[in-house]
Ligand binder design. Structure first.
Ligand code: SF4
Length: 333
C-alpha cells in the first residue's frame, strides 16, 4: 500500500493558536489556486491525501429539543419539527453498534436532542458508552451542554470523543440561536477537554453569514487551547419548516474556501465534510477533498437529514482512487 503522506512536503508547519483575524481573512481570500495549493501542501505534510476517515452516527433521542437552533428540524420551536422520541433502549443501541462494527466501523457516535442531559439520562448514556466499548468500538457522543462533573463521568464510562459545534462566529451566533450563548458552547468544550475527552467541533456554512463570520468561526476554532481533533464543516441542509428553509444557497467555491482554510489553520485535525453532502456532486466532493477534507459520514441519515448511502460513497472513492479509513463522528448540530 502506498503512503503518500510526507512525500511531497517533508516540513510540518507548527501548530499555531494565535491566528489574527487579518491573517485568517487573508487566507480565506487568497486566489483559489493558491489557497488550494497551500491547503494541499499542509495536508500532505500531516496526512495521506488518498485516505478518507469514515464515521457512523446514530440518533439515540430525536426531536423535541428545547434549543431553537434555526437550522435544526429537531427543535421544538419550529413549525415542523421531527417527532419527539424517547431515548432508545440499550439493546437497540447495541444492535446498531454491532451492525456498524460488522460493516467495518471502529467508532460509533451517538447523538441526542437535548439542551443538556439530566442526571438520569446521563446514567443511561454512560451505560450505552460502556456497552459500546465492550464491543471493541471507540465511542463518540453529542448530547448538549456538559458540566465538568458530567464530562468526568462520561470519560470514566469510556467516552473517547465529544462533538459540540460552534456553528458560526460569535457575532452571528445570536441570529441563529437565542436559547444559549457562544460562551456556553466554549464552556462545554473546555469541560470536555479538561476531562481528557477528544473534541470534535466545527460549524455550518450557508446560514446567511458573511465572510467575516466565516473568518470569526475559523479563527475561534484555530485559537482554542488545543485544536479539535475533528473539525466538521457542514453545508446547511435547508430543511422545510425551519427558519432557514429559504436561506440563499452558497456556491461550492465559497464552501471549499472554508474547508481549505480550516485545513491550513488546523493541519493535524481531521477536517470533516459533514452535513449537506446529499446535494453535492462528485466533482464538489473531489474539490473538497483536494482542499483538505479527509473525513465523511457514511449512512443514510445524519441524525435526521439525508446523507449519501454507503455504496454511492464507495463508488466515489473508487472513482477518485481513494480509500476509506475508519472511523470518526459528528453532526450538524
Ligand atoms: S442542533 Fe442540537 S441543540 Fe440545536 S435544536 Fe437541534 S438537537 Fe437541539
Amino acid at each position: 500500500m502506498n503512503d503518500y503522506s510526507l512525500s511531497s512536503s517533508p516540513h510540518k508547519t507548527p501548530l499555531r493558536h494565535d491566528w489574527s483575524r487579518d491573517e485568517v481573512a487573508a487566507l480565506l481570500a487568497l486566489p483559489f489556486p493558491e489557497l488550494i495549493y497551500r491547503a494541499q501542501t499542509v495536508h500532505r505534510a500531516y496526512f495521506d491525501p488518498t485516505k478518507i476517515q469514515i464515521s457512523t452516527l446514530l440518533s439515540i433521542k430525536s426531536g423535541g429539543c428545547p434549543e431553537d437552533c434555526a437550522y435544526c428540524p429537531q427543535s421544538a420551536h419550529h413549525e415542523k419539527s421531527v417527532t419527539r422520541e424517547a431515548l432508545l433502549p440499550l439493546e437497540t443501541v447495541l444492535r446498531e453498534a454491532k451492525a456498524a462494527k460488522d460493516s467495518g466501523a471502529e467508532r460509533f457516535c451517538m447523538g441526542a436532542a437535548w439542551k443538556k442531559p439530566k442526571d438520569r439520562d446521563l446514567d443511561a448514556v454512560c451505560e450505552m458508552v460502556s456497552a459500546v466499548k465492550t464491543l471493541g468500538l471507540e465511542t463518540c457522543l453529542t448530547i448538549g451542554m456538559l458540566t465538568p462533573e458530567q464530562s468526568a463521568r462520561l470519560k470514566e464510562a469510556g467516552l473517547d470523543y465529544y462533538n459540540h459545534n460552534l456553528d458560526t462566529s460569535e457575532e452571528f451566533y445570536g441570529s441563529i440561536i437565542s436559547t444559549r450563548t457562544y460562551q456556553d458552547r466554549l464552556d462545554t468544550l473546555s469541560n470536555v477537554r479538561d476531562a481528557g475527552i477528544h473534541v470534535c467541533c466545527g460549524g455550518i456554512i450557508g446560514m446567511g453569514e458573511t465572510d467575516s463570520d466565516r473568518v470569526g468561526l475559523l479563527m475561534t476554532l484555530a485559537n482554542l487551547p488545543k485544536h479539535p481533533e475533528s473539525v466538521p464543516i457542514n453545508l446547511l441542509v435547508r430543511v422545510e419548516g425551519t427558519p432557514l428553509q429559504d436561506a440563499k444557497p452558497i456556491d461550492m467555491i465559497t464552501f471549499t474556501r472554508v474547508i481549505a482554510t480550516a485545513r491550513i489553520l488546523m493541519p493535524a485535525s481531521h477536517v470533516r465534510l459533514a452535513a449537506g453532502r446529499e446535494t453535492m456532486s462528485e466533482s464538489d466532493h473531489a474539490l473538497c477533498f483536494l482542499a483538505g477534507a479527509n473525513s465523511i459520514f457514511w449512512g443514510e441519515k445524519l441524525l435526521t437529514t439525508p446523507n449519501p448511502v454507503k455504496n454511492k460513497d464507495q463508488r466515489l472513492l473508487d472513482l477518485l482512487g481513494m480509500t476509506a479509513t475508519l472511523p470518526s463522528c459528528s453532526s450538524q448540530g
